[in-house]
Design a protein around this ligand. Structure first.
Ligand SMILES: [Zn+2]
Ligand SMILES: [Zn+2]
Length: 370
């Protein structure tokens, strides 16, 4: 036992160092040589035992006094630390220290509480016009907010939340099984580290209440269904005044009876009498323009327009999100054949029929003679 390393050396501290410094050194060394992080490394295991023994002695004022005066020999009698034969034993000695270590002061374990509030997601339905030209909307966001009556503590007025007795405020509990130390969320406080004996009546001890708040969201011109807007800082409030999360607004766009949207293009159908199609005409077509009262535009149909013909009116579609102008209004022509004919209309059509057939025949003849 005389070949034992000096306890101060084991922990890498100076003789006469303060308790605080000793504690820090122990934590640092214990973490470095912890068996969980050095699986199967016998040297690390020996070192781990060594620093634990050193700490057991130096953190005890009485033992430290004896050690300072007589060295290892002074502790080898009945007053010695002893009992460090099995590492399991070491764990049981250190339980409290590790619990404390995992409480977040070292940035481990219990420090898992988020440093930033969570993100929130909502859906917002827009009509096609608002999606096309952009709009501002006041949306309602429901999210837990700190309870005003207990300032988020969950404790009834006049009482306080107490450190959880099971995990001693760490939020996590550690259990040693042989060489392995298991750390799990405390079952009593579910990781909060605090328990409330007398629950706040407003929030039922949760410390938070569901609250709706209004957020102004600007939807840019050209936004489409399935796209998501991020509104920074409008998510859940961060714990203890930390940064809030973001709000994500998923956009849904209502169908419009007059148009189909195809990216930045608008597709519309226009029914024209066959006479207009044959003779050519100016026809009104449904349109969506920034000026709300402009519901139609005029399209010049050339003579002989066929059913199914497509006309593209550039610049009359939906504004592009990137600001590079507007898409097109695509007009699909559907030629309508009249169904209910007056006697006069029937007479005229028959005449037209004869005329067209004659013309067609003569055309064919000409073509045939060629
Ligand atoms: Zn607990
Ligand atoms: Zn409350």
């Amino acid at each position: 036992m005389s070949s034992k390393r000096c306890y101060y050396e084991s922990l890498g501290v100076a003789r006469g160092c303060a308790g605080d410094e000793l504690r820090k050194a122990y934590r640092r060394e214990a973490l470095k040589h912890h068996p969980d992080r050095n699986q199967g490394d016998a040297a690390a295991e020996a070192k781990f035992k060594e620093i634990n023994e050193a700490y057991q002695v130096l953190s005890d004022d009485e033992k430290r006094r004896i050690y300072d005066q007589f060295g290892h020999a002074g502790l080898e009698g009945g007053g010695g630390p002893g009992g460090f034969d099995g590492i399991t034993d070491v764990f049981s000695h250190m339980q409290d220290l590790f619990t404390e270590m995992f409480s977040g002061s070292m940035g481990f374990g219990g420090g898992a509480r988020p440093r930033r509030g969570g993100d929130l997601r909502i859906q917002q339905r827009l009509n096609l016009r608002d999606a096309a030209f952009g709009c501002k909307r006041e949306v309602s966001v429901r999210a837990p907010a700190p309870c005003g009556d207990c300032q988020g503590s969950g404790a009834k007025a006049g009482t306080k939340a107490e450190a959880c007795p099971q995990c001693r405020g760490a939020g996590q509990v550690s259990n040693a099984r042989g060489f392995v130390m298991f750390t799990s969320t405390c079952p009593r406080c579910h990781g909060a580290g605090r328990v409330v004996r007398h629950a706040c009546t407003t929030c039922g001890g949760q410390g938070a209440v569901e609250r709706a708040r209004k957020v102004n969201v600007t939807f840019p011109a050209g936004i489409d269904a399935g796209q998501r807007l991020r509104v920074p800082g409008q998510g859940q409030a961060g714990p203890n005044g930390a940064t809030s999360g973001d709000l994500y607004v998923e956009v849904d766009v209502e169908g419009d009876a007059r148009f189909e949207r195809d990216g930045a293009d608008l597709v519309t159908r226009v029914h024209v009498p066959f006479t207009d199609a044959a003779l050519g005409a100016e026809v009104p077509v449904p349109a969506m323009e920034p000026q709300e009262d402009t519901t139609h535009l005029s399209l010049s149909l050339p003579p002989g327009t066929q059913s199914g013909a497509v006309f593209t009116m550039k610049g009359h579609g939906i504004p592009r999100l990137d600001g590079r102008g507007r898409g097109s209004l695509v007009v699909v022509v559907q030629v309508e054949v009249p169904t209910a004919l007056s006697a006069r209309a029937r007479e005229l059509l028959s005449e037209l029929d004869a005329e067209l057939k004659g013309e067609a025949t003569s055309t064919r003849r000409v073509a045939g003679e060629k």
